[in-house]
Design a protein around this ligand. Structure first.
Ligand SMILES: Cc1cc2nc3c(=O)[nH]c(=O)nc-3n(C[C@H](O)[C@H](O)[C@H](O)COP(=O)(O)OP(=O)(O)OC[C@H]3O[C@@H](n4cnc5c(N)ncnc54)[C@H](O)[C@@H]3O)c2cc1C
Length: 407
């Protein structure tokens, strides 16, 4: 049996970042992941799962040494963010307004995870067990014993980073407050006739928003299936709608889906060709506690959120940053870094912030899906007014923008 200071269950984006952040404190860390991340090659097509990575998340990934790999592979910066329901209420957020070069990057999830794993492979304080699977967990006053498929290990602290349906969370009997949104989201990777863009946009409908996220075509233009033409670009479209409608759209061929997209997305999209598609149900979950007897939850294992503002993994990275800070402080003060008081400090730092973002997204979801015409006029007038009054514009818009960017 091998003893570790900390074992991270789940080596997705948040778990891999947690392992690196704790190893940087000098702790002996193990990371357990079910699936081996695939190596990067320019032959691979774009991943269906992409994330809008905030400035704060970029800084964390830089600190962990992963950003340099991501930049080298593929990442698409965006400087502007457009939102509207009726055309007259179109509101644009610009990086210049908050004195930044960009608001964030759209990056394939697989590449974020792979870049972190590249750093893990080079870190002398980290042991990786992959492919491996957690089957059982037993807590006592001095350690946690973890039974994996092929070995047993112990840890002073276990981090549950095993995603929305966390096995760790279930094994330690932490419940969740949860509800299903009435919508699902369809992600559609497309080739567009517009050159690569520096804007991400979202138009709201009562049935759910439609969104455009630009993707980097770096290395893809070398592939036969992508045009060499510089005037084409790539993008991830997100189509939120009632579950039944997303089910119907999922059953269409790419050519049929292309016709539906062209009929329902705003004209500014231009012409497109559908490359690939996938659908996801949307559920909000919040763990009733983030920690219990030497086991702590981060990322989607602790909270999931409506993805319409692209904040899920950004909140997970904020969890990692907070955890790193409380443990670093405890070590610097000579306190026991894994005791319940330190872990409670992590929960105090993160619970309110996660809840605030979840609630803000739900308020947006409810407000824009309300069918009443009075609501429709009010929400469009609010956007219009914020746009037209300079003081409101700079105070409300820039504050919201800084919050979304995590700065
Ligand atoms: C449609 C959609 C769009 C989104 N867009 C954005 C966006 O633009 N920006 C953003 O910030 N967020 C976005 N999100 C949210 C984001 O994808 C998640 O928050 C993020 O993937 C959570 O990362 P995680 O590492 O916590 O969990 P996961 O990505 O679920 O990773 C969990 C890992 O644990 C492993 N695992 C699970 N069980 C075990 C086990 N028993 N043993 C070992 N390993 C195990 C899994 O293999 C996996 O690698 C979106 C979500 C959806 C559904």
């Amino acid at each position: 049996m091998v003893d570790f200071d900390c074992v991270v269950i789940g080596g997705g984006m948040v778990g891999a970042a947690s392992a690196l952040a704790l190893a940087e404190q000098g702790l002996q860390v193990a990371v357990v992941e079910k699936y081996q991340p695939q190596h990067f090659s320019s032959e691979q097509t774009l991943d269906m799962r992409v994330s809008a990575i905030s400035l704060a998340s970029q800084y964390l990934l830089e600190q962990l040494g992963a950003w340099q790999h991501i930049k080298q592979w593929r990442a698409c910066p965006y400087e502007r963010l457009g939102v509207w329901e009726q055309e007259f209420s179109y509101t644009e957020f610009n990086a210049k307004d908050i004195e930044q070069a960009h608001l964030g990057h759209i990056v394939e999830n697989r590449l974020i995870q792979l870049a972190l794993w590249k750093q893990i492979a080079n870190h002398s304080n980290i042991t990786s067990f992959c492919p491996e699977n957690l089957t059982h967990l037993a807590q006592d006053s001095s350690k946690v014993t973890l039974t994996l498929s092929q070995q047993v290990v112990t840890a002073k602290l276990v981090i549950g980073a095993d995603g929305a349906n966390s096995h760790v969370r279930r094994l330690i009997n932490i419940g969740v407050t949860a509800w299903d949104y009435q919508q699902s989201a369809m992600l559609i990777n497309v080739e567009t006739t517009c050159a690569q863009q520096n804007i991400t946009w979202q138009q709201f409908y009562p049935t759910g928003p439609v969104a455009f996220l630009p993707l980097s075509k770096k290395s893809l233009i070398q592939q036969r299936q992508f045009k060499q033409d510089q005037s084409t670009g790539y993008a991830s479209l997100v189509w939120y709608h009632h579950k039944d409608e997303i089910k119907r759209l999922s059953a269409l061929t790419n050519a049929q889906l292309q016709m539906e997209v062209l009929a329902h997305f705003p004209k500014r999209l231009g012409d497109i060709r559908v490359i690939d598609k996938a659908a996801f149900p949307l559920t909000r979950r919040h763990a009733n506690s983030y920690q219990k007897e030497r086991v702590l939850l981060v990322g989607d294992a602790a909270h999931t959120i409506n993805p319409m503002a692209g904040q899920g993994v950004n909140l997970g990275f904020k969890d990692v940053k907070a955890l790193q800070e409380v443990i670093a402080l405890a070590i610097a003060d000579g306190r026991c870094w894994h005791n319940a008081k330190v872990l409670a400090e992590y929960e105090n730092l993160r619970r309110k912030d996660n809840l605030l973002m979840q609630t803000t997204m739900d308020a947006l979801y409810l407000s824009f899906s309300h069918p009443s015409s009075i609501f429709k006029v009010l929400r469009n007038l609010s956007l219009f007014t914020i746009n037209k009054l300079p003081l409101l514009n700079s105070v409300i818009k820039n504050k919201a923008l800084k919050y979304a960017c995590g700065i």
